[in-house]
Ligand binder design. Sequence first.
Ligand SMILES: Nc1nc2c(ncn2[C@@H]2O[C@H](COP(=O)(O)OP(=O)(O)OP(=O)(O)O)[C@@H](O)[C@H]2O)c(=O)[nH]1
Ligand SMILES: [Mg+2]
Length: 197
Amino acid sequence: MKAQKAHFITSAVNSEGFPSESYAEFAFAGRSNVGKSTLINTLVGVPKLARASNTPGRTRLLNWFEITPQKGSPVNFVDLPGFGYARVPREMRDAWRPMVEAYLTQRKTLRMVFVLIDARRGAQKEEEELLDWLEEVEIPACIVMTKSDKLGKSKRKPRAVEIQRQLGLAQPPILSSSESKDGLSDMWRIIFSLASE
Ligand SMILES: Nc1nc2c(ncn2[C@@H]2O[C@H](COP(=O)(O)OP(=O)(O)OP(=O)(O)O)[C@@H](O)[C@H]2O)c(=O)[nH]1
Ligand SMILES: [Mg+2]
């Protein structure tokens, strides 16, 4: 799936900087280096839309992108700052939670949070806490296991089932890869169905 048009809207650190609510919005959350920015770029088919890098902690702001798919109405994607990177200064780490929670609770156009988990690392305390909190505040979440290309083919499905059990999910997580493009069509299906509600 290639978007017809995609552009960066703005970055923000707090609600004063949020752009006005417009199209249905989808946020990408997860540990630093899990592949949030890369997944956005791969979904959209524009390699350098969101800045991806080998340096964890790269995305420290909330970044909005407007995506116009070939069919259907435009949507916004939000690249959230990553958590769990030890070398980020303490004040940055402490700022993460209020910044992200303010966004997630205030945004009326938010339809779903894709919570990314590295297929090899699995879910740790931080991911479990984020998922518990999202459930508590009734924000729909969808788990995506990234970098599935780094697992052998025969290990992928069993790993997804393992994480499903660990997190008590109704369905197994989506297995995604920016290399093989696995999982992207499943994600688009979810995005389109929620955007058109
Ligand atoms: N093999 C493989 N590598 C990936 C995949 N997705 C991301 N990567 C690599 O993982 C690294 C981190 O990716 P980013 O997209 O920058 O991660 P991020 O979650 O945005 O990180 P922060 O901005 O620090 O929170 C980069 O070197 C990517 O090339 C994938 O599906 N497969
Ligand atoms: Mg990033």
